[in-house]
Each structure stands twice: as structure tokens, then as C-alpha cells.
Design a protein around this ligand. Structure first.
Ligand code: FE2
Length: 426
């Protein structure tokens, strides 16, 4: 007898009326009207089953610290950095853990079961590394948490960063980070990319750098990142995060850059909520959007995922770690409102993010981990439109979160009507 069958669900690829059979933590069959019986069954008629949401770019060490030691009055990136500098000396392993665990619970409730978090290693005590390694282990049954050694104050600019990055990787941090545009010169930025890619190559690790997170069209470190990726045979293992300067580059240069990025197998993470609020701050009207060129990157065959980046921290006061919020903002900012593009936006917070993180056995195919979310929506477009309720969140075949269906009741004259906003058109 099987463990669980999800009955009569819709799938992101458009199939409807599909059953998903689960046994011993794996999906064993995906087809209409499965005859077998199971210990429990979940009725999901008209609901969308999706692989879990993936946040491929987040900062777990600063999350939920809003208001400590004070609020960001200007809302800018620079005041956020100042604020983080003021907060850092007061951090303890316990406070970081407490906030990160609270964030993980929010994530699970929202159906996000994989998070790549950058961890600031420009603190010689490496408290955040210690705290988040513990959180990674504690949450392993529920969330795939991947940590990036992130030299926030510059790998070459901050005097202890080189030693701290090595120590963080020795302790078990998963991915090599970087921030080339924050080094003292363009040349130092390029040198940091070279050194960091060499470390990744030697240790067999992935690379994920904050890269060109500004509005300067001459911030072209992504070019060096693509070059070093090829030179060191890291194709498919390197991610450029943010890449906001690409928004401001001239089209001639970008027409050269995109094939270089594709050739290097670079992956890209845009962070729509943060890019739209932190970029374009140095100018009057008209203001640039400051998000990288998502449709053009996708068209060039480059994998693009969306990340949340921040929730209630020095840089962003809002958010509940909802990846549908992220994709909703992303598709608006990038004007991805064609029906195919809306589906791409959904992929940017599901399978594209899983590809960035290199997750094994992710998906709704037989043999995959039985990890999924049942949404109160009929299709990916519907899920985005409604930021739909996550009715059931399933991890390894077990329900780990549930949220009641949302229905509004109207009292108009004598009639009582239920309104639920679902609409099977897309
Ligand atoms: Fe970031």
C-alpha cells in the first residue's frame, strides 16, 4: 500500500485531473486515475500542485532584525549598509538563530522548501556562520538550506576577509561568494573574481557572487565572471546575483555580453523586490527600474531565477518570505505579461531556482522527492494573480504545513454569496 495519493490535481505544465502517488518519501507515479490505494489521500480537484518554491538568493543572518538598532530612515542601500555595520557588534549566535528559525517557519508556511542564503563573513567572530550552520542542520528535515560565504565588505577591501572565507568554507559553508563591484578599484574587483573562482575550483564548490549591484553601465564585472568561469572549467557552477548594472548598459555591449554569459553557462538571480526599491536612487525623473534584463537573458538561453533577498532587515522593511510576491513583482518590473512569460516568472521561483542551487531529485516526476505544494489556484498564472493560499505543503511525502481555503462571504440584500476569485481562463 502506498503512503499518500494526491488526487485529481492540476500541474504547472497544464495537465489536469492528475493523481500523484507517493511512497517512502518519493513520487512513484504521476498519471490520471491511479488505481492503487494509500494510507491517506488528499483531494485536490481544481488545485495546482507544484514543486516547492525555491528562494535562490537570501540573507538569513540579517532577516527579521528590523528596528535594531534603529530603522532605515531613507530606505537606501547605503543607509542599510551603515545600519548593518551598527548592528553587527551586537549580534549573538542565539539572536541570529532565533530570527533565522522564525524565518524558516514563515518559509515553510509559504511553501518554500529550499533557500540559498548568503552569510556575511566580514565579522572575525564568524557568529553568523556558526548560527546558520546550526540552523541548516536543525531544519534539514524540512528545508534545503545552502550557505554562501559572502565577503560583504569586500574580499580584498576588508582585511580579514580572505582568512575568514577560508575558515567559513572549512566549517562547511557550501558556496563561494563575492562582491567585486564593492572592491576598491575595477582591477581589484576583477582580481577578487579570479581568486574566488580559483578557490571554488580547488574545493569543487559552486560560486554565487553579488555582481554589479548598481546603476553604473560601466560596472562590467559579469564579463570577468564569465571569463573566469570558462578559464577554470566552472561552466554551470557559477551564478551572478543581481547584475542590476545590465539594465543601464548600452545595447551594443549587451549584445556581446549575453553570448559570453551563455557560453560560460552562467546562471543569474534577479531580486525584483529589492532591485526595484534600492536601485535608481541617485537620479531624478525619469528613473530607471534597476532590475537586470530578465526576458533578454532567458531568450539568450540563460537560466534566470528570482530571489527574495531580504525580509524585514536593514535594507527592506517589508515581506513575509512569499516567493509568489517576488515573482509577481518580477513579472511586472520586467513587463513579462505575455502568458508564456507569466509561466516563466513562476519557473523563476521554482525549477529555475532549483537549477541555481543544483538541487537533486527536484520536480514532480516519478523518482523525485515527494516535496510539493498544493495551491488554491488552477494554474501558475492564477497562483501569481492571487498570490494563492498554500493549502498543503508536503515534504518527503508528509504534510508539514496547511492553510485553510480563503473564501469571502458577501451579504447583499437577502442573498449570501461566496466569493473566491478563482477563474479558469489562463
Ligand atoms: Fe543579496
Amino acid at each position: 500500500m502506498l503512503d499518500l495519493i494526491v488526487r485529481n490535481t492540476n500541474l504547472p505544465d497544464g495537465r489536469k485531473g492528475i493523481d500523484i502517488a507517493i511512497h517512502e518519501g518519493r513520487i512513484v507515479e504521476v498519471s490520471p486515475a491511479i488505481k492503487a490505494t494509500a494510507v491517506s489521500e488528499l483531494e485536490a480537484t481544481g488545485c495546482l500542485a507544484t514543486p516547492p518554491f525555491v528562494d535562490s538568493h537570501f540573507h538569513m543572518d540579517s532577516t527579521l532584525s528590523l528596528g535594531h538598532p534603529r530603522l532605515n530612515q531613507s530606505g537606501t542601500l547605503l543607509e542599510g549598509i551603515e545600519l548593518w555595520g551598527e548592528l553587527k557588534p551586537d549580534l549573538t549566535v542565539e539572536t541570529i538563530k532565533k530570527r533565522a528559525l522564525a524565518l524558516c517557519r514563515w518559509s515553510i508556511a509559504r511553501g518554500t522548501l529550499a533557500i540559498r542564503s548568503h552569510v556575511d563573513i566580514c565579522d572575525d567572530r564568524l557568529l553568523a556562520v556558526e548560527a546558520l550552520l546550526e540552523v541548516r542542520e536543525q531544519m534539514r528535515p524540512y528545508i534545503d538550506l545552502q550557505l554562501v560565504a559572502f565577503p560583504q565588505d569586500g574580499y580584498l577591501r576588508y582585511s580579514g576577509a580572505q582568512e575568514n572565507l577560508k575558515r567559513a568554507l572549512d566549517k562547511g559553508v557550501d558556496v563561494v561568494g563575492g562582491i567585486p563591484h564593492f572592491e576598491r578599484t575595477m582591477a581589484e574587483g576583477a582580481r577578487s573574481i579570479k581568486l574566488l573562482c580559483e578557490i571554488a575550483e580547488k574545493r569543487g564548490l559552486q560560486v554565487d557572487m553579488h555582481c554589479d549591484e548598481n546603476d553604473d553601465p560601466l560596472s562590467r564585472h559579469v564579463e570577468t565572471l564569465a571569463f573566469e568561469t570558462r578559464r577554470q572549467g566552472l561552466e554551470g557552477h557559477v551564478t551572478g546575483s543581481h547584475l542590476t548594472s545590465m539594465h543601464s548598459m548600452n545595447d551594443n555591449y549587451v549584445s556581446k555580453l549575453l553570448p559570453l554569459m551563455h557560453e560560460a553557462g552562467l546562471q543569474v538571480v534577479a531580486n525584483p523586490l529589492i532591485n526595484i526599491t534600492l536601485q535608481g536612487r541617485h537620479e531624478g525623473y525619469p528613473k530607471r527600474r534597476g532590475m537586470t534584463r530578465v526576458p533578454e537573458l532567458l531568450k539568450a538561453g540563460i537560466n534566470v531565477a528570482f530571489g527574495h533577498d531580504c525580509v524585514m532587515d536593514p535594507w527592506y522593511s517589508l515581506g513575509s518570505h512569499d516567493m509568489l510576491d517576488v515573482a509577481h513583482m518580477g513579472l511586472h518590473v520586467a513587463q513579462m505579461t505575455g502568458i508564456g512569460e507569466i509561466k516563466q516568472a513562476f519557473s523563476a521561483v521554482t525549477c529555475n531556482g532549483a537549477a541555481v542551487m543544483g538541487l537533486d531529485l527536484y520536480g514532480l516526476e516519478p523518482g523525485c522527492h515527494a516535496d510539493m505544494v498544493i495551491l488554491q489556484a488552477e494554474s501558475p498564472a492564477d497562483a501569481l494573480r492571487l498570490r494563492a493560499e498554500r493549502l498543503f505543503v508536503i515534504r518527503r511525502g508528509r504534510i508539514i504545513a496547511r492553510t485553510p481555503r480563503v473564501t469571502s462571504q458577501l451579504f447583499l440584500g437577502k442573498d449570501q454569496t461566496d466569493v473566491h476569485f478563482n477563474c479558469d481562463l489562463l
